[in-house]
Design a protein around this ligand. Sequence first.
Ligand SMILES: Cc1cc2nc3c(=O)[nH]c(=O)nc-3n(C[C@H](O)[C@H](O)[C@H](O)COP(=O)(O)OP(=O)(O)OC[C@H]3O[C@@H](n4cnc5c(N)ncnc54)[C@H](O)[C@@H]3O)c2cc1C
Length: 603
Amino acid sequence: MSYDPASVRAKYLAERDKRLVPGRADIRDLGHDERFKRYREDPFRPRAERAPVTDEVDALIVGGGIAGVLAGANLRQAGVERIRIVDLAGGIGGTWYWNQYPGVMCDVESYMYIPMLEEFGYIPTRRYASGEEIRRHLERIGERYDLVSGALWHTGVVRGEWDDEATRWRIHTDRGDEIVCRWYVLAVGILNLLKLPVIPGMEDFAGKSFHSSRWDYRYTGGGPDAPLTGLAGKSVALIGTGATGIQCVPPLAAAAEHLYVFQRTPSAVGVRGNRPTDPGFGAALEAGWQKARMDNFQAIMLGRSVDTDLVDDGWTRHYGPVHHPPRHEGMSVADYIRAGEELDFSIMEEHRRRVEEVVTDPAKAAILKPYYRYLCKRPCFHDEYLEAFNKPNVTLIDCPAGVERVTPRGPVAGGREYPVDCIIYGTGFEPELTPLYRRAGHEIVGRGGVTLAEKWAPGAASLFGMMIRGFPNLFVMPAPGQQAVVTVNYTQLAVLGGEFIGHTVGLLLKNQVAAFDVSAEAEEAWTQKIVDSFVDGSAVMAACTPSRINLEGHPELLNPRNGNYGRGLGDWFAYRQRLEDWLADGRLEGLELKVLEPRPGGS
Ligand SMILES: Cc1cc2nc3c(=O)[nH]c(=O)nc-3n(C[C@H](O)[C@H](O)[C@H](O)COP(=O)(O)OP(=O)(O)OC[C@H]3O[C@@H](n4cnc5c(N)ncnc54)[C@H](O)[C@@H]3O)c2cc1C
């Protein structure tokens, strides 16, 4: 395809329109529909019976993923003694506990993604580490900072309620626990709510079915890195070809007698270049290397010039430049926009050529080529995904409008039924822009009985995206859509959030503060900054094929109050500086403080 802007735009719009079908974004209510509750159950570790816990801790953290573990480690460093993590999962890991599907690995470089590498003197074994390696490292952090012994696993928080008189939170769980705490930290995740589409007849399927984030190895055999021996002689349907789908296609193709891959929209799948870590890598690193590497990467994501691209992968070569195309002196806005579009086109052409070069069957190749702008979806990278379609036991089913229905025998697409033994839903997660009060999965009740859902009904309001007026002593780990910033490498933001919470609690303890609340002025000022820097990108995003990035075809629904600090995805460097200055100043500006006589034990 040559670059003719009008015909490229027309082609992209036609591809979008094929996918804009009513009801496409409808998702199952897994919380209340009894028929689908099993999709959320933990297949990895048995749930041990235990008596309800009624006690008091200093800090209660909801979520034991990267964010929860980093918050815990920093609170420990700040001198907080009794820390309790509560998680629905059966152990530490969050995303990396739940997502144990075959082939799972991080999609940004592990030397940046796995936190606290320097502190632990640990170097990941591969450039893009497996989920298991990530989880093991998070477990090590949990052990070192003593976050495991007091944790409550397989436990869902159902309600957190502020008690003004006691200046404490009362936390209730689905196991009858009632825990009182002083500091309440929400580290509930950004992609923590698994998503099942509403496909008629799903509940009538007679074979095995599960979601990719609850992989059932008792059925498939094998493990995240071991062959799926239980699938010999079985036919399998995989629904979904996003970030998860592309990682599990190669192991499924290697094991199943037949694999049917149902694709609504092809992902742009770039070269991964995964490899074992160079034995000399660790020895060449200097103190402060991990932070410097994260900063170098993030600078490129924000279009800043750097001397060396330390990571040098598809993110830095494609994603960064597409979001911040080079702007030459004297360039008009129109020329700049056009140059950006052309750059985007050339990158997508590269991806389409890669499909042609790798996939031998032209019919399959045609279906696998992505036709939309690179900035429309979080890009994928893989070295074996496209090759898998050259295997004779892999059938690709093009269904832009989605799977039509499921019969007792299997999925139906294009009017044809595909009988299978097993259906795997690789259908992803509710978007990270899902409001915090929904992602948190429980009611958060602040001063005067006001819930967070009520307070945030018109949109977010906060100080720094981490503290909220009316919800004293509550910290929220920063996340997209929540008045902080977006980082492609989420860990960079979680590290900052954890450090901020730890240092802030350190200051509060030093000043013998029993409770803090955000002042009305500080919250208004921060929220106004977020609204003022909001850039309405809905015209560009509306032309995308629907996905979670463009709110399933409705980018106009983005609320400016749920935006970021700085234009677009936010200015990471300015945001970090703002937090560092606030901490260095030490006056806890913008907080209303209730100072009490210190109690014994620091609680
Ligand atoms: C498969 C997959 C791969 C990813 N790869 C990358 C990557 O390479 N790079 C990147 O930057 N990002 C990646 N992400 C995004 C990823 O979610 C974040 O990087 C990070 O792991 C999020 O950590 P977290 O601690 O904030 O949330 P999570 O890891 O989601 O942990 C939150 C935890 O809170 C628990 N929880 C929530 N509500 C409650 C409640 N009411 N009661 C009890 N427990 C509760 C959940 O069970 C969960 O375990 C990926 C996401 C997925 C799904």
